[in-house]
Write a protein that binds this ligand. Sequence first.
Ligand code: RTP
Length: 148
Amino acid sequence: MEQTYIMIKPDGVQRGLVGAIIARFETKGFYLRGMKMMSVTKEHAEKHYADLSSKPFFGDLVDYMCSGPVVCMVWEGKEVVKTGRKIIGATNPLASEPGTIRGDYCIELGRNVIHGSDAVDSAKHEIGLWFPEGVSEYAHTAHAWIYE
Ligand code: RTP
């Protein structure tokens, strides 16, 4: 089944939003396949955001991602990439709808608390980058109560 890479950024960790963010994915019915907390090196943050390397905000973005530990997760489920982006909300928190994570928890573009893969291909790439050790294949027993 489809998987996505979700990461709680340093501001989300510092502000104590980890539990609230996890709850949104968990209560939707998605399966948690991998989770860890880690500090991010400059090289790793640069790799993750490589497609933005020509942007004027790239340096600030990398500094932001390295400013404290992040929580890395892999979530699984039907259309989890697209739905995950909906749960997260628009990139600029001022444009995010209330009810989304960014709409409810933040104000600034450069402090937008969470990352989510934007396509199935980038999800595969990001999962490989952040979880080179692989993720869990635990069989979830609620499956038949979530999927018909
Ligand atoms: P993310 O990768 O973090 O999930 O965000 P996204 O797809 O919604 O947006 P993207 O365009 O990939 O931008 C990545 C992150 O860079 C910061 N940003 N700053 N100052 C600016 O104009 C600007 N634009 C983007 C945000 O933290 C954004 O999430």
